[in-house]
Structure formats: C-alpha cells, structure tokens
Design a protein around this ligand. Sequence first.
Ligand SMILES: [Zn+2]
Length: 407
Amino acid sequence: MDQLTLYDQILGLSSPWKTTSVELHDSSEEILVTVSYDRGNPPLCPICRGNGRLYDSRRRTWRHLDTCQYKTIIQADVPRVACSEHGIHTLQVPWADSSSHYTMLFESRVLALAQENTISAVSRQLRLSWSNIDRIIRRGIARGLSRRWKVDCRHLHVDETSISTRREYITVLSNQAGMVLAIADGRSRDSLIACLRSIPIQWLSKTRSLSMDMSRAYIRAAHDFFGVRASKLIGFDHFHVARAITRSVDEVRKQDMKKLPSLERLQVHKNRYLWLRNGSELDTESRAEIDSHSALMSNTTIAWTLKEKAREIWKGKEPQTRNSWKQWARLARATGLRPLIAVAEMVLNHLTGIVVAMKSGFSNSRAEAINKNIKNLNRNAHGHRNKERYKAMIYFKFGRLDTSFSH
Ligand SMILES: [Zn+2]
C-alpha cells in the first residue's frame, strides 16, 4: 500500500476525495497531508442534496492524530457549491465537523483522553492548549445534549456544590442512575427552577420522587414547579437527614469539650471522629474508647445514642415510621440540648418528606457518589476556577453523554 492510499484509509476517504500528497517537514516536525476534491464530480448542494456547481474553493487545515509523533496536518481546498435555490455553501468534508479545526478522529481522541485524565495531562500529551481542549469538549457536550432523547426521570436528586476557592455555588440535578441532567448557577429557588425547566416536561411527568436537602429554597422551587404534586415528590433522603443529625452530635461534642480540663480535652480530641461514625462501623477497641470517655462526655454520649437510634429507624423501614420519628424527636427534645432540639424540630417539620424518601426506597448512594465525584473534580482540576468550564466538565464527566460523531 502506498502512503497516499494509507492516508485515504486512515481518514476514511472515498471518491470524490483523495489524498494527493504527503510531505514531511522536518524543521517544524510536521507531516502535511494534502487531500483534494475531484473536480470532475458535480458537487451536491449541502442543503437540498440537489446538483449544484462548483463556485470556488477555500483552503483549510485541520489537525489530525500524530503520525509517528509528528504533528499531522490535513490540508484541503474545500469547494463552495452554488445551488440555484440555496445560494453558495461550503461543502461538508467527511473527516471533520463543520467549522472545526480538527479531524473527527482527533476530537474523539481528545474526548476519550479527557474522560480519564486531567485537562493538563491531555494538554501535555497532545500539545494542545487548554482553551482548544475546552472548545472540543464543549462541542462534544452540545452533540451529546442534542442527542438526549429519553432519560429516566423517575427519581431525581438535587444538591448544591460549592466552587473551589470562591464562596459560589451551583445546583446540580441528577437521576437515580447517577446521570447529571442539569446544572444552574447558585442554590436559590430559581436555580432549581432553571434546572427543571431545562428538562422536557414529558420526562418530568414520570417523576415519583425528588430528593433534596432541607433547604427552603429547593422546597419552594419544587412547590412552585410541581404544584400540588410536590408534597408527594419531595423526599429528604437518609444522606441529608443523617448529615444534619451527625452535625448536631458534633456540636454537642464541642460543647462538652469546652467543659473539660485541658489535659482530658487533648485526649478526647484525638477520638473526635469516633463519635461521628456509624456505630456498626466501630470495632471493639473504638467502642471501648467511646465508653471510656462517656463519663467525661455525657451529653455527647446521649447525642450519639440518638444518632444510632435514628439509623435504626432508617434501616427498619417499619410501617410505623412516622410514629418512630415522632418518638425520636420527643427524646431528642427531652435532652434539653440545643443542637438536638434543633434537629428534632427539623425532623418534625420535614416528616412527610422523610417518610416519602423512605417509602420510595430509592437509594441515594449514586447521588451521593456524584456529589463526591464532583467535589473531587473540583479539587483536582486547577482550571475549574473558571465556573463555566467547571460546569462543562461536570456535564462531560457525569452527564453520560454520547459525544461521538456517529449518528
Ligand atoms: Zn440547494
């Protein structure tokens, strides 16, 4: 096979396109591949596919995958076609998307690498700038979003995420499969409304639960958007309730610590995480550790016991759930400890939503995983201080988009 035919095959060219020269430019470490259009062939109008006539041509270049580590550039004089009905249009070349400066194979490679690596790594490997990679990714996202035609919206999950260095937030809406469906700026009522509006209403008609933290803004958004359906949809999942309860234990612990003499304080401080962990995760040694501190940390021990009790209710999924929670809240209030009273109020105020989440049986683990992954993405990627780029990367990594060029 000669090298012209080889490049025909690599680029997937067929008549009227063919490779006409391959030049090696040693000084610039580049390979220049010239592809030509057979002018004996009457071109078709890109709009109506009817016969047109060659009008003129424009020279264009595209970066292709490297050949033996040489930067490889495709060059072609791309004809413009005159159609009696549609005027003058540039012919679509088979190896690249219109208006792109890269071949589809090159773009696909960028997308595949960027899925697995940081942008800096891709940038180094392909000798391509951040902003060019970003453009390729955004085009990929646009292709993927335009191709999303059926997404399971039965169980939705909304959460806020902060953006690394600034005190800025975004709202992320995902489904039970762990797919990011929509992202909006801020964490207000309007943020969630914007997310919901971006999803076709017929998909949302199948929604059975919308889990969230107990933020007033999201609750209001759900009521405003779903109307009377909202109270049946809003669920406060285990993750968020457990987080609130754990925080209250921590607050009680801090209050207890303040009362200790400094030597004991130091000793107890070392074990602060034991109090916040699940009881079932503690080994005998850790358990004994907690017991040994219980005299010094009596309020924390009470709070810890309540936290464990809440976990039992959650695990049990008994039909009397509502009553179990009410009883739990009574106990929490009876402690007279402010953080526990506050969390008891929270549980009572959101009881319907808590029970909805328990009944829906929808596991929140994927949504939690997404949240964690988004935070990791935030931490690992230096370029994500740019908010728009960060949002694009969330779609790209967790939107499960089909960014390929095949149709
Ligand atoms: Zn036409």
